[in-house]
Design a protein around this ligand. Structure first.
Ligand code: FES
Length: 120
């Protein structure tokens, strides 16, 4: 007879270590100093090329309906075309009001000429 009392039920924590990769566009689609709006699944994203490096943030401004891919880009800062709030493209931090809330950033990778993001 097995000794049931010694049986341990160990629940594995549901830790999702698998990151998901989402293909967004060709790196050739976004020239340096430009941005591209990409919709995939529930996400609406803005892909930026800052001096050959790619960065991905939410397209929607955290202050209102502005589309950041349509904003004015200067270096690593994008200015919303609605009320001229500014965000750092690399960190998502607010650079200038009226924006108060940082914009979400995504980890971008370039592989075989494609820009992808890794989500958890
Ligand atoms: Fe972007 Fe207001 S909607 S600054």
């Amino acid at each position: 007879m097995p000794e049931d009392g010694l049986q341990r039920t160990e629940k594995l924590k549901s830790v999702n270590t698998m990151s998901q990769r989402i293909d967004l566009c060709s790196s050739a689609d976004v020239a340096p100093g430009n941005a591209l709006k990409v919709e995939t699944g529930d996400l609406v994203l803005a892909v930026f090329n800052v001096d050959g490096e790619f960065y991905v943030i939410d397209d929607q401004c955290t202050h209102g309906p502005g589309s950041l891919s349509e904003g004015y880009i200067e270096g690593d800062v994008v200015e919303c075309n609605f009320h001229n709030g500014q965000f750092n493209i690399k960190t998502g931090e607010v650079v200038a009001p009226p924006c108060m809330v940082p914009v979400r950033t995504y980890k971008a990778v370039v592989e075989n000429g494609r820009v992808l993001i890794e989500t958890e």
